[in-house]
Design a protein around this ligand. Structure first.
Ligand code: MG
Length: 369
């Protein structure tokens, strides 16, 4: 039987967060969920060591995993793992930092194989930086780095041997920062296996990069026989003919709104602003864009940059690009230098080239940061 202990009782002090860092989201999922789903296929029982104040939230994340349960941790990682070990019934145990969400199946399988072959397994990497011994801000010696390894998790052991080592360390009043230290001091030298550079521990605020989402939108409007202008990005542009539309026919803003909604995983503009609804007859599309920006805000998202490409045989758009950029910049709250608008013809090919209509493509990047 294989038991897994996920250490999730830390406070995230170094990251400077008000909450436990394993409950913070990375790409829309709490950090803890990544290691839960990574280890679940290998675990007969899965214990998550957590602080009492986090237990309710963490228990909720465990709901999809029938073999998982919480165990209350102590004031140190050493004490938390000890308590979890005592609660475990499996003969083999893998211990992993929940703050290392990017552990791969290969690393977990290598860990299990190493325990079976050598009795213990410690995930480690060769050092790439020089390591120095430091005293009062000065380097006192630089040992050859070949003699050192950067130790990560998972670490695997037979439970009774690891628990025995913990009991003896506690009897001596000693505390260790991970299992490998306890095992080396009170059992035998644990076996290393080669880890993975992506299996890093999220420690500092910059390790929690905000989630980004890309979105794409496209819209086409046909020219009508009437009118004396078109509207693009809220800018009135003189034109021999207007565009057929239920609203103001702002094909650029329509493509942009669809890109924004799509990036947020929402429905399209036809869903929110149906052209069968009289409220939107002749609507100012810049007003609708404000509503879309409001929907994104409710979802905790904002645009980071925007790229628009307008295909039109005529009218000539280049004199208006600057003003169009300013309008989009103001509506989305992004600097004008983060709004790109290209305007081109279609070399007389197809409906655009024949002057029958205008098409616009929009790409956006959203962030929750
Ligand atoms: Mg449209």
């Amino acid at each position: 039987m294989t038991g897994v202990i996920l250490c999730a009782a830390g406070r995230g002090v170094r990251a400077g967060f008000a909450e436990n860092k394993v409950l913070r989201e990375v790409n829309g999922l709490p950090v803890l969920c990544y290691s839960l789903s990574a280890f679940a296929p290998y675990a007969d029982e899965l214990l998550v060591a957590c602080a009492p104040e986090d237990e309710t939230r963490i228990a909720r994340l465990l709901a999809p995993y029938p073999n998982a349960r919480t165990v209350l941790g102590g004031s140190t990682r050493f004490e938390s793992v000890y308590r979890a070990l005592r609660a475990l019934t499996s003969d083999m145990v893998l211990v992993h930092d929940a703050a290392r969400p990017f552990v791969t199946p290969k690393t977990i399988e290598d860990c299990i194989a190493c325990v079976k072959a050598y009795g213990s397994a410690v995930c480690a990497l060769p050092l790439s930086d020089t390591v120095a011994e430091v005293l009062d801000g000065n380097i006192v010696s630089v040992p050859p780095r070949e003699g050192f390894a950067a130790v990560q998790t998972p670490q695997g052991f037979y439970k009774n041997k690891l628990l025995g080592a913990y009991e003896r360390a506690r009897a001596d009043g000693r505390v260790f920062t991970d299992e490998s230290g306890v095992y080396a001091a009170y059992s035998e030298p644990p076996r290393l296996f080669l880890g993975d550079r992506n299996n890093k521990k999220l420690t500092y605020p910059e390790d929690f990069a905000p989630a980004e989402r890309v979105g794409f939108g496209v819209d086409t409007h046909a020219f009508s026989e009437e009118g004396d202008h078109i509207t693009l990005c809220g800018v009135r542009i003189p034109s021999a003919r207007g565009l057929k539309a239920h609203s103001d026919g702002d094909v650029a803003v329509h493509a942009l709104m669809d890109a924004l909604l799509s990036a947020a995983g929402l429905r399209d503009i036809g869903y929110y602003f149906p052209d069968t609804d009289e409220r939107f007859a002749g609507a100012d599309s810049m007003r609708l864009l404000e509503e879309v920006v409001g929907k994104l805000r409710e979802a905790g998202l904002r645009a980071k940059n925007v790229s628009l490409s307008v295909l039109a045989e005529r009218p000539r758009l280049s004199p208006y690009i600057g003003e169009m950029k300013e309008r989009i910049s103001a509506a989305l709250g992004v600097p004008a230098s983060f709004v790109g608008i290209a305007a081109g013809t279609n070399e007389k090919l197809g409906y655009v080239g024949e002057g029958k209509g205008i098409t616009c493509f929009a790409t956006v990047l959203l962030t929750n940061g």
